[in-house]
Structure formats: structure tokens, C-alpha cells
Design a protein. Structure first.
Length: 566
């Protein structure tokens, strides 16, 4: 990544005084509340009235070692108004204590230094740090205060896009100088697992043992399905999430009404969906607030492709949700799997049709630009960006009130099931149930010793302990409150009625059909060229077949897999 790869900005966090946390949000109706073997008991305490963020409820199993947490009732829908963006991101220590009692357990045996690579969220429109960035720093400070033998150094990965983060991590892995603990989505592949070449350790042994903070197997601190989503076809767990998100087609009711639409016009078919988009555009509104980057384009493509390619995927995988690299590579190299199929073509065509309703120049716009189009009521529909995924836009809507922006109410609808008129009778008949975007948040990985930037022998133990601490109900409640992220721990619940809008379609998105490309950074310019009219569909399909085959051959060579391929 040019000079950014060499001159990385580093924020060193020594044993500073605790700055306070920001109380947090929770799982919402799409995450089931559960505890240990004993039924959880909800406990209520004083509200942290000076802390901005979502309203939070924590339920703590009676068998848990940590103290029961308080109910936090600040901000969010139906509660006190959120403070101006950035102004209340760091509440007083007293406010944090009221929001969630501190975990008092100390681990004197933990000694050493760990470097953490994490890309900060894009700054707010007023130039202040995003609250999610602020709270992560505060929690790093707090962890060090409670673990005096530990030093954490936060390396802030430059940029704000998926591509910048991926390239930054890959460059350091190749140089064998990667931070011990890193948050990103460039995970271990089944090829690396099969050849024992993963750059990251397996966390499975740690997940099966009790967390020192809850006295339960650590895996019980994760919502149902969240670990399985990252496991995929792997045999071991190499990464864990700290948050989740859920998306829907959220719409501004003011702009909806301006276009002559009512709640009854929420589309139930794709035919109706495009009629709604046309009405929004005719009213002078940007229909969809969306960037044209790798995250937005690939996820938009997935939503339809996973559904209409359902039959083809089952034929490839033998009916499994996930397939390992060897299965996929053999199918591609033998010609059984190819880009030139009806479902690939139709997914590309429908994505391009939707792309016409995105902002002009969306392929060059950043997440913050798109966010402002929605918050300033220039764009009607929202699904999310890498920085503000799914329901997290609710936080910015609440904060916008404090920035002097006109407030607005929101509605939402799920993506319609593929219909015959839009997708063709055969594809619609064989389509799987469509799933709106919604996955785990950032994936945290621990580098193997050979490539680890930190050489302290305690680096791995510290990294695991930090993740275990971060996944406790008490710390989750602080971590996710300012961002409105969905927590990964099932004992934390976001008490916001607006979350029900995102749960109209509970179907989980499994990104198995990301197999429509080889390497996402290489796929992106090819697909963008098609969307911008620089390539026709035939050329895009042909070029993508070349890209995915070249990528597959490269992985086969590097992994030393015994698969003939061209």
C-alpha cells in the first residue's frame, strides 16, 4: 500500500489511568438470550444518564463468576436524546460504573507486550473520532489497568475501506511481521489448514476450555451460529468476532412520503421494488445510499446470487452450506463450475440495474460520504457500509439530532424473493430463500509465532485473555453501546424497538457463493468496469473466468495441493 505500508501510524498505550468506557448495546431480537446451565436472571440498576448510546439490558446467569450488570437506559429510540456526536463518547468513570460494574479479577501471571492491528472507523463529519474508535481505546486502557503486567500497543491500520485493510494485513503477513492480534476478514483458508500453512493459530483448544471471567467454556460467550459462520468448512476455529450486524432496506419516511409512497408500498416483489426506486428517483431523491467499493458491490451481488445459484451450489457441494477449497478447485479446474451460467449472468444484470439508483460517482465515494447523503436526507434507502453496517446507522441518526440536522423516522423492508418476471421462471423456481446482508463483525486472529511482531513468550496468552475479557457481558455492554453494533455475547440485549425492523427476514446470509470471484481485490475493477459500461456482460464474464482460474492456480501452487488445473 505504498508509503502507508511502511509508515504505519502507531498509538502506544502504556499503563495509563482508566479513562472510562462508554456503556453498550446488545444483541437485539435477532440474537437469542441464553446463559449457562441455570436460567439467566435480569438485574436492574441505576441508569448512566450522562453516557450517550443505545439502551442496553444485560442478563447474567446466576452461576457466572462476574457480578450482575445494571440496566442502562440512555439514548436510542424512546429514551433520552443522544448527545451531539463525539461530545459524550467518553463519559465519566462514575457513569461507567453505574452502567456496568467493573470486572475485578486480575491476572498477575500475564506479562508482556501485544500489538493489536485494528482499522479505526472513519471520523465523524465534525472531525471527531467515531465513538466506536474512542471506546476501543478506552477498553484497551482499562484492560491494562486491570492487568498491570501487560502492555498493549494499538496499531491503527490506515484507510477506511475493506481493500486497504486487506492489503495492509497481507503485506505484513508476507513480510513475517504481523501484529500478534489483528482484526480483519482475510482469514485462514481450507487449503492452508490442509497444508498446515495458516498464518494464524487455532483457537479451538481455548474455546473448549473455561473462560477465567465467566467460568464457562469460552464458546458459550458467543451467540448461536456466530462461530460456525467463521468456521465454514474448516476443522479448527482460527478467528473470533466481537460483534454482529444485520441489514435491511431502511428508508427515510420523509423522503418516502415525498415520493408519494406509503407503508403499503413497501415492496413484496422485485417488480414492485424497481417501481419504488423509480418513484424515489422521480421525486428528486437519490434512491439508494451505497458506495461502489468492494464491500458494497460484493455483498449486493451475494444477496441475489446465493439465492438464484442455490441449485448449482448444492450440486457442487453435495448439499452442504460450506465447501472446502479442494472441492471448489476441482469443480472449477474440471470445468464443472464456471462463470458463464444463467445465475451468474442474471445476478450481474440485476446488480447493474440496481446500481443505476446509487449516487453518481459511487465507485469513488467513501463510507462517510454515503453516510452523510442518508443523514442529510438526500438519499432515501440504506443498507450499510463497512464502517456503519446494517443497524448501526441508527446511532448516527440519533447523533444527527445533536448536530442540528433535521430528524426523521425510518421504516424498513426485506429484499424480495426472486420472481419470474425479474429473474426468469427457472431461476425463480429453483431459488433458495433470500437472505438480507448480516454477518459477524470484524474477525480477530492471532498470528503464529514465526511471523509474530511481538516476541514476548506471553503474547499468545495475553491475546487470548484480552479476547475472553472483551466477550464478557460487562465489557460487551461497554464496547457496543456507542456504535449500536449487535454484541456477540448472547447475554447482552439491545433494547431498541427499531431493531425489529431489521428482523423481518431472519434468514442468515451464508457467503458460500463468494465463489463467484477468485480474489476480491482483483475482481473489483473488472466488475466496476461492467457496471460503468466500460465492459459488456460477455466481456465481464470472460475476464472473470480468467481471473478466478488464475487465482485458483496460484493458490494450488502455493498450497502444494495435488489438483490438476490447466
Amino acid at each position: 500500500m505504498g508509503s502507508n505500508s511502511v509508515n504505519r501510524p502507531v498509538h502506544t498505550l502504556r499503563r495509563r489511568a482508566f479513562l472510562g468506557g462508554v456503556a453498550s448495546v446488545a444483541a437485539g431480537s435477532i440474537l437469542a438470550a441464553c446463559g449457562g446451565d441455570t436460567a439467566p436472571t435480569a438485574t436492574t440498576g441505576a441508569a448512566a444518564t450522562s453516557a450517550s448510546g443505545a439502551k442496553v439490558v444485560i442478563t447474567t446467569p446466576t452461576t457466572a463468576a462476574a457480578p450482575a450488570a445494571a440496566t442502562v437506559a440512555t439514548g436510542g429510540s424512546g429514551t433520552t436524546a443522544a448527545a451531539p456526536a463525539g461530545s459524550a463518547a467518553a463519559p465519566t468513570t462514575a457513569a461507567v460504573a453505574a452502567a456496568s460494574p467493573a470486572i475485578t479479577m486480575t491476572r498477575p501471571e500475564l506479562k508482556g507486550k501485544v500489538t493489536i492491528a485494528r482499522q479505526p472507523a472513519a471520523p465523524l463529519s465534525n472531525g471527531k473520532d467515531d465513538p466506536s474508535t474512542v471506546v476501543f481505546q478506552q477498553l484497551v486502557d482499562r484492560y491494562q489497568k486491570e492487568h498491570p503486567g501487560v502492555t498493549l500497543e494499538w496499531t491503527r491500520v490506515p484507510g477506511s475501506s475493506f481493500d486497504e485493510l486487506t492489503q495492509w494485513i497481507r503485506t505484513r503477513v508476507a513480510a513475517k511481521n504481523v501484529p500478534t492480534l489483528s482484526g480483519h476478514f482475510d482469514g485462514t483458508t481450507s487449503s492452508q489448514e490442509a497444508t498446515n500453512t495458516s498464518p494464524y493459530i487455532s483457537m479451538t483448544p481455548y474455546l473448549d476450555k473455561p473462560s477465567p471471567y465467566t467460568n464457562k467454556a469460552w464458546r458459550q460467550d458467543f451467540a448461536d451460529g456466530s462461530l460456525e459462520l467463521f468456521l465454514g468448512s474448516l476443522k479448527q476455529q482460527y478467528r473470533v468476532p466481537l460483534t454482529r450486524y444485520k441489514a435491511a432496506w431502511l428508508y427515510n419516511k420523509n423522503l418516502w412520503k415525498k415520493a408519494g409512497l406509503t407503508e403499503a408500498d413497501e415492496p413484496k416483489t422485485w417488480v414492485d421494488f424497481f417501481k419504488v426506486l423509480d418513484k424515489l428517483k422521480a421525486s428528486g431523491t437519490i434512491p439508494i445510499a451505497r458506495t461502489g467499493d468492494a464491500f458494497a458491490l460484493s455483498h449486493t451481488y451475494w444477496v441475489t446470487l446465493i439465492s438464484i445459484g442455490h441449485k448449482a451450489w448444492n450440486e457442487l457441494s453435495g448439499g452442504k452450506i460450506f465447501a472446502d477449497d479442494a472441492t471448489k478447485f476441482k469443480a472449477l479446474c474440471s470445468g464443472a463450475w464456471k462463470m458463464d451460467t444463467p445465475h451468474n449472468r442474471k445476478a450481474a444484470e440485476v446488480t447493474k440495474r440496481m446500481f443505476a439508483y446509487w449516487p453518481t460517482g459511487s465507485t469513488t465515494l467513501k463510507a462517510g460520504d454515503i453516510e452523510q447523503l442518508f443523514l442529510t436526507q438526500k438519499a432515501a434507502l440504506w443498507q450499510g457500509t463497512p464502517g456503519t453496517q446494517g443497524q448501526t446507522i441508527l446511532r448516527r441518526i440519533d447523533e444527527a439530532k445533536g448536530e442540528g440536522l433535521e430528524t426523521f423516522e425510518v421504516g424498513a423492508f426485506p429484499t424480495p424473493q426472486p420472481d419470474a418476471e425479474t429473474f426468469g421462471a427457472d431461476l425463480a423456481k429453483d431459488a433458495g430463500k433470500i437472505a438480507d446482508d448480516g454477518e459477524n463483525g470484524l474477525a480477530y486472529n492471532i498470528a503464529i509465532p514465526e511471523i509474530r511482531q511481538d516476541k514476548d513468550p506471553g503474547a499468545e496468552a495475553i491475546s487470548i485473555d484480552f479476547l475472553q475479557w472483551m466477550t464478557t457481558p460487562e465489557i460487551q455492554a461497554i464496547y457496543v453501546k456507542p456504535s449500536y453494533d449487535l454484541p456477540i455475547n448472547p447475554n447482552v440485549k439491545l433494547d431498541d424497538p427499531r431493531l425489529a425492523l431489521f428482523s423481518k427476514n431472519p434468514t442468515q446470509l451464508y457467503n458460500n457463493m463468494q465463489w463467484f470471484y477468485g480474489n476480491r481485490p482483483d475482481w473489483l475493477p473488472n466488475f466496476q468496469a461492467y457496471l460503468l459500461g466500460q465492459k459488456d456482460l460477455d466481456t465481464y464474464i470472460k475476464d472473470e473466468q480468467t481471473e478466478i482460474l488464475a487465482y485458483t492456480q496460484k493458490v494450488i501452487r502455493e498450497s502444494k495441493l495435488d489438483i490438476p488445473c490447466g
